[in-house]
Design a protein around this ligand. Structure first.
Ligand code: ADE
Length: 240
């Protein structure tokens, strides 16, 4: 997959693209990332990228020309691509969306800034607007990183064990069960007995129940009774 990030602040992405699993994926060529400076597509001596809003109001608006021209210059027609604008008014980002986006050959992530982006950018070059949550960031850069991480985990070879993606919180529709590693006892807190005996059915059952319990407690909105077994439902009934 090729990810093309369009931003006014390319430096923000340096550490992000060099470290940890994203860094490794880039190094191994599993993920190609270009960070494009929108200012490079602005015209005039001062390469101005923003202007005051028509109709008045506070703040500045990102001008349409540099953004549209940056997208057009970097959109690879031969690749199946999707252009995404990161904005708090977008569709709420989710695990299924991350999986869907991972099927594209090119992802163009446009990071908004200031008080907004000229609406004609959306009309001319944006396929989808995404928000990462109901709060306002100073720009789309951190949101773009969130999307890159969530999508990259679905690309073959990026996360060592594909099962670990399948077992994530949300992939199963439930929050993830609690995890423990050595030591068996730490400051008086013991690892649950069910995990220590090597009995895989017992371990699976314990994990399923903990996932159900946590989800019921913290995110009851995620629970879809039609996707649960009769044993799951029985367990949940005991906790209502
Ligand atoms: N830009 C500013 N806030 C944002 C949000 N919540 N999601 C995506 N992009 C944003």
């Amino acid at each position: 997959m090729r990810v093309t990030i369009l931003t006014l602040f390319p430096q923000i992405f340096r550490g992000f693209l060099e470290e940890s699993l994203i860094g490794k994926a880039v190094e191994q060529g599993l993920l190609k990332v270009d960070v494009v400076d929108i200012r490079g597509y602005a015209s005039g001596k001062h390469r101005v990228t923003d202007d005051t809003p028509f109709g008045g109001g506070v703040g500045m608006v990102l001008k349409p020309e540099p953004v549209v021209e940056a997208v057009e210059a970097h959109r690879l027609e031969k690749l199946k691509g999707r252009a995404v604008l990161l904005t708090p008014r977008g569709e709420l980002f989710s695990q299924p969306m991350a999986r869907e986006l991972s099927a594209f050959q090119q992802l163009l992530l446009i990071c908004g800034r200031y008080e907004g982006v000229d609406e004609r950018v959306t009309k001319l070059v944006v396929d989808q607007e995404i928000s990462i949550g109901d709060y306002v960031l100073m720009g789309g850069e951190v949101a773009a990183m969130v999307v890159v991480e969530a999508v990259a985990r679905y690309l073959p070879g990026v996360v060592g064990d594909p099962d670990s993606v399948a077992e994530d919180s949300f992939s199963s529709g439930l929050l993830k069960y609690p995890q423990y590693t050595r030591p068996r006892e730490y400051r008086g807190l013991e690892v649950p007995e069910a995990l220590l005996e090597g009995d895989h059915r017992k371990i699976e059952r314990w994990r399923r129940r903990e996932a159900l319990r946590l989800t019921l407690e913290r995110r009851p909105d995620l629970i879809r009774p039609d996707r649960l077994s009769s044993e799951d439902l029985e367990f949940l009934k005991g906790h209502l």
